[in-house]
Design a protein around this ligand. Sequence first.
Ligand code: FAD
Length: 424
Amino acid sequence: MSAPHTQRRSGRYSVFAIAREAMRLHSGWGRAWASPEPRSRYQVVIVGAGGHGLATAYYLGKNFGITDVAVIEKGWLGGGNTGRNTTIIRSNYLQDPSAAIYDKALKLYETLSQDLNYNVMFSPRGLIMLAQTEHEKRGYLRTVNANLLQGVATRWVEPAELGRLVPIMNLAGPRYPVLGGLYQERGGTARHDAVAWGYARACSDMGMHIIQNCEVTGVETAGGRVRAVNTAKGRIECDKLAMVVAGHSSVLAGMAGFRLPIESIALQALVSEPIKPCLDVVVMANTVHGYLSQSDKGEMVIGGGTDGFVNYTQRGSWHHVEETVRALIETFPMLSRLKMLRQWGGIVDMTGDRSPILSRTPVEGIFVNCGWGTGGFKAIPGSGWAMAELVAKGTPGPLAAPFGLERFAEGRFIDESVAAGVAH
Ligand SMILES: Cc1cc2nc3c(=O)[nH]c(=O)nc-3n(C[C@H](O)[C@H](O)[C@H](O)COP(=O)(O)OP(=O)(O)OC[C@H]3O[C@@H](n4cnc5c(N)ncnc54)[C@H](O)[C@@H]3O)c2cc1C
């Protein structure tokens, strides 16, 4: 048997490739990406093969022609939060810098399958954030106005229209009646694994190395500059190092000798048994704190909240299932008849202002991309685009510039507690 990295590559996917493979009983499909052993040196090392790390690598190659890149992953690619989220995509944020980067991401998602030649199953089915208190209604009306100024199409919908859009919803709940909603028709979902796999395949096709099962255990610096990373597969030198490890960001920063304003907390989700189609939009109910969409398989994908304490567990817990489902069945009574199949958790990286960090660091040549917290899946293409520019040029472009680490020292917060404090 040949080594994995010398095995036949997948080639271009197309209707002709499917027809050809159908004729030969699908015996000719190659590997989607190579699994090479690491070299001793790369121009750029990216730690973390989640969506953000892989997208950073992809746009480094595509936009800047930098392909001497290794993406180093301690587990399997996409096995962190990228493979654990509830796949909601939207760009209806309040602050201008957020709207700019999330809407860039949404625009890239719209053509990502064609760009990567990989079906990421982007489904712009529409997204509604319910207002269930007067306070929440005021907040969302403000967001609609902000989005109007930013050129992000959202609108306010009254309960009567919501009833037509989401027939399974009980508008007149006893505690929290539905007062309306913030509707982004371009929002939706995508297949999370496919996003990671599509980027990985495209990076591998450009000659980049994706090295799985290879934990980074140390960062070497000298004279205030990055020199190398120590990994489970040996020492790897690099000119530039991008840390893109979500919930482990402060651990990696600690290896390089600086601190980050990040808390790592488990965020949980669950899915029900599959049922017939009954919900064709994504609905978020942030006051009671739960949200749901229906997967292509028919499962109700349900997201809950973060744990109330800092931790690094990737598991679900019973009280979260109970709290989330109890909150949601008031507004969606039919959920009470469903069996729940699976629950899980991911380690999210929370900043104080609920906005991400794309930044240079105190160590020359080290860049961080983190702080996407509970809502970074939707940002993957935009984040990768902006991070690639930061790494390639050494200074941030217009998308990344507002999200530098210095904002915490300057008190220049990008407050997204309404758009991202509890929502995803
Ligand atoms: C339950 C849940 C629901 C969510 N729902 C949504 C949603 O609906 N919409 C949305 O937009 N966002 C959502 N999110 C958030 C979203 O998943 C994350 O913001 C996003 O996936 C972060 O991607 P990433 O690439 O930065 O991190 P990850 O995908 O976590 O990738 C980081 C990688 O770094 C690796 N790593 C860590 N330490 C090391 C090391 N020392 N050496 C090598 N590798 C290392 C990890 O193994 C991991 O694979 C949700 C998150 C969770 C947990």
